[in-house]
Design a protein around this ligand. Structure first.
Ligand SMILES: [Zn+2]
Length: 62
């Protein structure tokens, strides 16, 4: 399943987006982005929640 996520959708003024297969690496990439670009240290669980809130199944990364 492909994750299509834009940082902008979460209220950030940011052009970062992801349009890739959901993998553990993608979750980490997102988490690193929030940390490095926005100074927000989300947990992996929080990022997973953000993804699942958008209607994505997390099956593929379990
Ligand atoms: Zn961003």
């Amino acid at each position: 399943m492909t994750l299509n996520l834009r940082c902008r959708d979460y209220g950030f003024e940011c052009d970062f987006s992801i349009n890739e297969e959901i993998t553990k690496e993608i979750v980490k990439k997102l988490r690193d982005h929030f940390d490095e670009e926005h100074g927000i240290d989300y947990t992996i669980e929080a990022v997973l929640q953000m993804i699942s809130n958008r209607g994505h199944s997390l099956e593929s990364i379990k």
